[in-house]
Design a protein around this ligand. Structure first.
Ligand SMILES: NC(=O)c1ccc[n+]([C@@H]2O[C@H](COP(=O)([O-])OP(=O)(O)OC[C@H]3O[C@@H](n4cnc5c(N)ncnc54)[C@H](OP(=O)(O)O)[C@@H]3O)[C@@H](O)[C@H]2O)c1
Length: 252
């Protein structure tokens, strides 16, 4: 139980939603490297199959905006693997738009993926873990849950991630007596597809870098270590937390 072995995930079944790209991919690779059998939940078949082959993982189709798809994906993992020990909920989308110009459709679209998607995944994975009496869930939030990014405007995204963090705390309290830990992992600016467009704009990136004590953006692998910790038995006394991995951004 004690020592470095508790950081390993040998023999555990891990389901990583959004595991074909960016932060989700890095988390899936890290869990695999530490011994887990990995299933990745991905929207597109081609991307999912290619990523699964690279990761030595199994690909499961999922659209987190569709309850039936989420429930079917979780059922597929359980039918194949028998159970789920670790679930990482990393599907996400971003909208950079001033609040006064944000349409109903845009607002609802962001919340449907980022917030409702996490809700749907937690509910279905939760049923499986509650029946087993054990499990660890890591919901990918964002530092945007607790700081307001600048200079770009992204109120819908920020609100969607704040909801993820508070939902995570609520689940942690509700499910702790039944053996389930639930934590949020909140990255700062990370080099993925999600930030690709913004990273080509020096007027944004220069502000981000100036406001980040470490003075650089994160590589996805630098986020994955924190997810690995929360998922593993090294964190058996950690639940209801929001682990912010932001290069110090929120310290200033
Ligand atoms: N990059 C950052 O700076 C940063 C900072 C803080 C938090 N985050 C969060 O980290 C998580 C991963 O993002 P990332 O940066 O790694 O970007 P990414 O590579 O674009 O990953 C987002 C993933 O979400 C998937 N996705 C989107 N809508 C989906 C849906 N309806 N159903 C299933 N999957 C869906 C995407 O799949 P498709 O390819 O099919 O669209 C993609 O694989 C997100 O929750 C994001 O909000 C990122």
């Amino acid at each position: 139980m004690y020592g470095t072995t508790s950081f390993r995930t040998d023999g555990k079944i891990a389901f990583v939603v959004g595991g074909a790209t960016g932060i989700g991919y890095a988390i899936a690779a890290t869990l695999r490297d530490h011994g887990a059998e990995v299933y990745i939940g991905v929207r597109s078949g081609d991307v999912g199959a290619a990523a699964a082959a690279q990761l030595d993982a199994t690909y499961v189709p999922i659209d987190v905006t569709d309850s039936a798809s989420v429930s079917s994906a979780v059922r597929t993992v359980v039918e194949t693997a028998g159970h789920i020990d670790i679930a990482i909920h990393g599907a996400g989308t971003r909208l950079g738009k001033p609040a006064e110009d944000t349409t109903d459709e845009e607002w609802l679209g962001v919340l449907d993926v980022n917030t409702n998607g996490v809700f749907r995944c937690c509910r279905e994975v939760g049923k499986v873990m509650l029946e087993a009496g054990s499990g660890s869930i890591v919901n990918i939030g964002s530092m945007s849950a607790s700081v307001v990014n600048t200079p770009q405007k992204q109120s819908a995204y920020n609100a969607s991630k704040a909801a993820v963090v508070q939902y995570t705390r609520s689940l942690a309290a509700e499910w702790a007596p039944r053996g389930i830990r639930v934590n949020a992992l909140s990255p700062g600016y990370t080099i993925t597809n999600m930030t690709a467009q913004s990273r080509s704009r020096p007027e944004l990136v220069n502000v981000w870098l100036a406001r980040t004590p470490l003075g650089r953006l994160a590589e996805p692998a630098e986020i994955a270590g924190a997810a690995m910790f929360l998922a593993s038995d090294a964190a058996t006394y950690v639940t209801g937390q929001d682990l912010v991995v932001d290069g110090g951004y929120s310290a200033w």
